[in-house]
Ligand binder design. Sequence first.
Ligand code: GDP
Ligand code: IMO
Ligand code: MG
Length: 420
Amino acid sequence: MTTAVLGLQWGDEGKGKITHLLAKDADMVVRFNGGPNAGHTVIDRGVKFGTHLIPAGAFYPNTTSVLSSGMVIDLKILREEWDMLSQHLGWQPRLLIAENAHIIMPYHRELEELEGSGKHFGTTRRGIAPTYRDKAAKVGIRAGDLLHPDIASQRLKLRLALLNREWPDSQGIQSLDAGVLLEEQLSFAGPLLPFIGDATEAIHQAFDSDLNVMFEGAQGTLLDVDHGSYPFVTSSSTTFAGLGNSIGIPMPRVDRRLGVFKAYMTRVGVGPFPTRVSGELEERLRTIGGEFGVTTGRPRECGWLDLVALRYAIQLNGCTGLAITKLDVLSGFDEISVCRSYRLNGKSIEKFPLAAELLEKCEPEYETVSGWGDPISEVRDSAELPKQVMEFVALIERDVGVPVEIISVGPEPEATMMRK
Ligand code: GDP
Ligand code: IMO
Ligand code: MG
């Protein structure tokens, strides 16, 4: 069985928790997109971690964690994460870093600041867009280049020459030196250099040996560079299609496509969010749900579950099953709202509009369902959940046409119910 775990909203759906839980049976866990813009919370043996680059396979001694070619990697952050996990685990996570994954260089962060995109788009300021841009423009530095410092040095000199022409007035850019930059990257990479190799081949070999391979998505479908509300998106493919394309694997090999979504919605950064609520209600969701970014600490905007967006995300990913998280956060509400359609220019629509300008204008059309009074975070058997919870889940299943296989009622791995 090969499983892909995909976020169906604007990120932070609980992918880290779900992947960590399922990865205990995996031989290989592959992160396929994004970089340290991701923040995945994992509670491992009672200790809470926010991981940015290393997939959840790292928490199991015999599982290989692959940072694949769809990713952009900040070596300083990777090294810190690897050191931190090694210390906690008492073993060194088995890593494989794709030689064709791109490296986030210090000037990529600098560029994001110079261009003001952190402020304008509410990015995580981790140099994500400039690195993917350099990849497409064929002026990027790849992990494999570090194994051949002469090649890396040539590429860096070329890139710096272009940067110097583009930013003649930036002291930060003008003072960059290829030799110093390379030395710094090599020293961050240090013990990780032997892990750089052909990840695509390793994944194919794992398939051929019938090993249990899992894919850990980062960000969410609505942040996809092609299918999200552009330009308020990230710079990689966050969907299932992106997985096959960026790694180079035959899509039919991935038979389980598990979409993860929260029982409500959140968004961090800038961009349209039709079901966002305001005032005390948002504060209540944010406080109970602990809705603050793992990577940047920013408060997340909160709102009701949006089934228009969820149906779109499920369609794009061809989800075979769903995991609903944070149902416990809705305990204590008398009524819960669910958006089943939008009103746009006086008409009711059921399809998620592609253009951010249109999404901005959409008004949610809500259905209201009964809430449940009692807390549910201690429930471990879905048969013991209040009937209103199961009615809420059934409403979602009927609307989207895909079964909810996993119900999560708390951040800990134990607070999870498998329904199959
Ligand atoms: P990811 O980026 O998709 O991995 O999600 P994040 O880790 O950024 O955000 C999810 C947050 O919700 C984390 O703080 C998790 O510990 C927490 N979480 C996950 N599942 C549940 C759940 O079912 N209930 C509650 N209360 N918290 C959860
Ligand atoms: P995980 O994997 C939530 C958002 C940023 C910003 C936009 C573009 O934890 O779900 P970027 O730095 O990628 O250029 O920022 O995307 N964003 C995320 N939001 N969770 C994430 O990852 C995110 N990664 C990026 O806030 O709005
Ligand atoms: Mg997150």
